[in-house]
Design a protein around this ligand. Structure first.
Ligand code: SF4
Ligand code: SF4
Ligand code: SF4
Ligand code: FES
Length: 957
């Protein structure tokens, strides 16, 4: 190829993946490109920029503007170079007098119906129309500007993040095509014909009321200032950009943070990002304003008890206070009376330091992370069966799948950029199998081909998975070659799975899924060349979460769907760095790189580098920490970037445990719900204020780069380092790259990871070691880390959480697109416009039985608590099952979830809670109590942050 790929350049049409090479000449320059490449792209690769307007390389060529016309020897007329593929020996002329005149005429027509406000336009200097007018040498508009035009068309300002000014529209259709091809939402159309044609949001009146999900793909694609970010309108054009990684979900999209001074003007999805290829969702693209929200706490604070107001203090005083308290507690109650929770929102380097601080400075293994409550069963289940506790594929791999099975996951809401890629593959003809109690949006994908919805009852996953496997084996659909060469334990598993109790017919009464539908889905899965499984918390957050993960691995092994593109077992990790927090040794039993603390040789290596003796006993898991706190043996805790008071199950139990602590140190960017129980508050830094790395759900390590100074003066790793030093354990890192070097030294799977390599490669999928110095996109190609894949027996054991006459419905929980997890970030952005409260979704039958109408307040009672939410009645839920989200603290969704948990890992059973509903008129007693407590804590914060007045001076505040 003539030129290396430049992610900052628009090549006009998408890359061709053909392997055959075609040779041609463009303006006398010899060019060699893959077959299928457009002439426009071939020219761009050779450094010849043919003018264009309707083409952009994220979209298929459309051929409407004609600006890219060229001459081709032996062909008549002036074909559009964007729609003309290269051919062997082709001779192309991109510029001569005739072409120049044609292009000027086209531009003249466009400009005659365009406002002449370039100097005051928000896109001045960043407008393709302006660039093209210059490129074609347009100097006058002969038609004048007084003819019929669209200049008075009304703006649509309804979307909180972008504006639509139809007066500036050239009807190139790039927005419409971006919405279809990139995002897959089909919210836009071109309405009308000829002069009357215009961009329309369908039957809705405006963007906000339309199907638009604010992904920003249309804004990105628009070559004019018609669709433009409101932040750019307000702040003007950015001056510089820094490539970094989204801090929301486990997709790990790369963005260019476009800056003016130290202010972010906009976040533009980066085309060179290996996880997102230039696409984004509303959270990463637009919802970054939380980082500079007035609620940010920028000063360290301390207090003796949670009944007292906070005192703002210097960093040194706060750190000394925290260290003294930890030391006192350990002196009084013993070494194991303290511990900590690492963050799945913070960087790998920060997480590594927190667990190191706990193991080396606290001297115990009482470290855990929020993966305990989400994907710990993935760790256990995949390690047991496949030998490594991670997803096997890249996100791109799904484009080779013939069947995509999605279990207990809702990618279009929780992993939106990946969800768009799945939709694209489904439009290309792949079959969708969804196993979920809810009707998820993927099932409504436009142009979806064959699909199966196995709408099972919550808590019955294992029975369904066993039935699917039963059909595969009993009907002889297994991959005997793969089983023979790559697996162990097959015969025993085969006998187990062939037991008639595992047949779809036997299990239909348990799962609620018709046997014939299960049979059809299983046959389809086993009969295509490539079938892939993607799963989420609807698999793991169950009493049999680990069993189900093993069941998924069994099905993939039995059908030979492991070890190549298009197949695999893929946990969709929720938080931006939950994969990394697990990798970095956050669990009590594993040192970084999943090395067990009981292994003396492993400990020896860490002890050499860390200079301490390590405890060989696994420490406390999060639920054990709460239990020990209530028993009085666990007294101090350091929590970095997690909001356990809101996110963990059985809120009242968690609150009681937190209240019983003598020292709770919370490090966060806001005074979150957990911090309301804290004695030390250490202000955190947002992802924009720090250097480091995140690891996404495909094991991809991406750089996080500092774009502005930390608002509180320190990056999070610097704070942990200060605390370690104050505790008497020395840490002397100068930069997170040094922490990564230590990780590479101690964790074999990261042996070749370094900031230098990340700069060269952009991103690295681990394992990255001597055998795979550039990383490992697809796992288990030739062998498993444990040699052969292990079949595991997965008998179905019903959860103890049963429906009864008192609690006849099952509650299951999940996420929505616009809010993120506990909502601490997204609730402080304009995303509130889409979801300003958690609601309870229920089926009309269940609503009618209880006299509940849409919008009513509903009391929800479980065996452990009660809360009140507004009802949303609809058909997305099956009768007998209700659903809510947990993005708002006063919703109390976790007041009703129970302590039940996965048998192997203690991952809570969030997805199955037996409940009863009744129409009510006031909040629950917990909600009333908690609001009072929360308001008092907010007062304590305000008192601390209020400027000193004569009345408060000398009062000891
Ligand atoms: S809004 Fe922008 S992208 Fe859409 S048709 Fe108009 S100019 Fe083209
Ligand atoms: S923001 Fe995304 S979903 Fe909305 S219209 Fe544009 S491309 Fe479509
Ligand atoms: S898909 Fe996930 S990583 Fe990508 S922009 Fe959205 S929230 Fe961020
Ligand atoms: S860019 Fe080729 S026709 Fe518009």
């Amino acid at each position: 190829m003539i030129e290396l790929f430049d992610p900052n350049k628009d090549y006009g049409t998408p890359v061709s993946t053909a392997t055959e090479t075609v040779h041609l000449s463009i303006d006398g320059i010899a060019v060699s490109v893959p077959a299928g490449t457009s002439v426009l792209r071939a020219a761009a690769m050779a450094g010849i920029n043919i003018p264009k307007l309707c083409a952009t390389d994220s979209l298929e060529a459309f051929g409407s503007c004609r600006l890219c016309a060229v001459e081709i020897e032996g062909r008549r007329g002036t074909p559009s170079s964007c729609t003309t593929p290269v051919a062997e020996g082709m001779q192309v002329t991109t510029q001569n007098g005739k072409l120049a005149k044609l292009r000027r005429n086209i531009m003249e027509l466009y400009i005659s119906d365009h406002p002449l406000d370039c100097l005051t336009c928000a896109s001045n200097g960043d407008c393709e129309l302006q660039d093209m007018a210059g490129a074609v040498g347009l100097r006058e508009v002969r038609y004048g500007y007084a003819g019929e035009n669209h200049l008075s068309a009304e703006k649509d300002e309804s979307n909180p993040y972008f504006s639509f000014d139809p007066a500036k529209c050239i009807v190139c259709s790039r927005c419409v095509r971006a919405c279809e091809e990139v995002q897959g939402t089909f919210a836009l159309t071109i309405a009308g014909r000829g002069f009357d044609s215009k961009v329309s949001v369908g039957v809705a009146d405006n963007f906000l009321d339309s199907d638009c999900v604010s992904c920003g793909a249309c804004v990105q694609a628009c070559p004019t200032a018609t669709l433009v970010e409101k932040s750019a309108l307000e702040q003007g054009q950015p001056e510089r950009s820094v490539i970094t990684t989204c801090a929301y979900c486990g997709v790990g999209c790369s963005f260019k943070a476009e800056m003016k001074g130290s202010e972010v003007v906009r976040m533009v999805p980066y085309k060179g990002g290996d996880a997102n290829h230039g696409h984004s969702c509303v959270k990463g693209r637009f919802a970054f304003g939380y980082a500079t929200h007035p609620d940010r706490v920028k000063e360290p604070m301390i207090r003796d008890s949670i009944e007292q107001p906070w005192r703002t203090v210097s960093w040194d005083e706060a750190i000394d206070f925290a260290a003294a308290r930890i030391k006192n507690i350990q002196a009084q109650y013993g070494r194991n009376s303290v511990g900590g929770i690492t963050s799945s929102r913070c960087t790998n380097e920060e997480t590594y330091l927190v667990q190191k601080l706990i193991r080396a400075a606290f001297g115990n293994n009482n470290t855990d992370t929020c993966a305990r409550v989400c994907h710990s069963p993935t760790g256990y289940g995949l390690k047991t069966t496949l030998g490594e506790s991670v997803g096997t594929q890249t996100f791109d791999s799904v484009m080779q799948s013939d069947v995509i099975m999605v279990i207990g996951a809702n990618p279009t809401d929780a992993h939106p950029v990946f969800g768009s890629r799945v939709r694209k593959r489904l439009r290309e003809g792949a079959t969708l199998i969804v196993a979920d109690p809810r009707h998820i949006d993927l099932l409504d994908t436009a142009h979806l081909g064959e699909s199966y919805h196995l709408a099972l009852r919550p808590g019955r996953n294992v029975a369904l998975m066993n039935s699917l496997a039963h059909v595969v084996i009993s009907e002889g659909l297994e991959d005997q070659g793969f089983i023979g060469q790559r697996t162990e334990g097959y015969q025993q598993w085969r006998e187990f799975i062939l037991d008639p109790i595992n047949s779809p017919e036997s299990n239909a009464a348990i799962t609620g899924v018709p046997a014939e539908l299960v049979r059809q889905a299983a046959r389809k899965f086993a009969s295509v060349p490539n079938a892939a499984i993607y799963y989420g918390l609807g698999v793991t957050e169950h009493s049999q979460g680990s069993t189900m993960v093993m069941g998924i691995a069994n099905l993939a092994l039995a059908t030979g769907n492991i070890g190549r593109e298009g197949v695999g077992v893929n946990p969709l990790r929720g938080q931006n760095n939950v994969q990394g927090s697990c990798d970095m040794g956050s669990f009590p039993h594993e040192l970084p790189g999943y090395q067990h603390v009981s292994d003396a040789a492993v400990r020896d290596r860490f002890e050499q580098v860390w200079g301490v003796t390590l405890d060989h006993e696994p420490g406390l898991r999060i639920p054990n920490m709460f239990a020990a706190a209530l028993e009085g043996t666990y007294k101090g805790m350091y929590v970095q970037g997690e909001d356990i008071a809101q996110s963990d199950p059985n809120t009242q139990h968690v609150q009681a445990a937190l209240t019983s602590l003598e020292c709770l140190i919370v490090q966060d960017i806001f005074l979150n719900e957990t911090a309301k129980y804290a004695h030390v508050f250490l202000p955190g830094a947002s992802f924009l204020e720090k250097n480091g790395t995140f690891t996404n759900a495909e094991r991809r390590i991406n750089r996080v780069r500092k774009v502005m100074p930390p608002l509180a003066g320190l990056e999070d790793w610097e704070v942990t380092q200060k605390l370690a030093n104050a505790l008497g354990y020395p840490m002397q890192y100068q930069h997170p790259s040094e922490i990564m070097d230590e990780i590479a030294q101690l964790a074999p799977t990261f042996a070749k990871v370094s900031y230098e390599r990340l700069e060269q490669q952009g991103s690295i999928q681990w394992p990255c070691n001597e055998q795979h110095p550039n990383g490992t996109p697809i796992m288990h190609i030739d062998a498993f880390p444990i040699g052969k894949g292990q079949f595991a027996l997965t008998p179905f054991v019903p959860t103890e959480e049963r429906t009864t006459r008192r609690f006849p419905l099952l509650l299951t929980t999940g996420r929505i697109l616009s809010q993120y997890n506990v909502g601490a970030q997204t609730r402080r952005t304009a995303n509130q416009v889409w979801h300003d409260e958690d609601v309870l979704e229920l089926h009309p039958h269940d609503a009618e039985e209880r006299g509940i109408a849409d919008g009513d307040w509903v009391g929800i009672s479980s065996r452990v608590g009660q809360t009140v939410l507004r009802a949303r009645v609809g058909e997305r839920m099956q009768a007998g099952v209700v659903y809510t989200t947990f993005h708002h603290p006063f919703s109390g969704a976790n007041v009703i979830t129970t302590d039940n948990s996965d048998w192997a890992t203690n991952c809570p059973e969030y997805k199955v809670t037996a409940v009863q509903l009744e129409k009510v008129t006031s909040p629950s007693s917990w909600q009333q109590r908690y609001r009072q407590f929360s308001e008092q804590q907010q007062d304590f914060l305000q008192q601390a942050l209020a400027p000193e007045t004569p009345a408060t001076m000398g009062s000891g505040r």
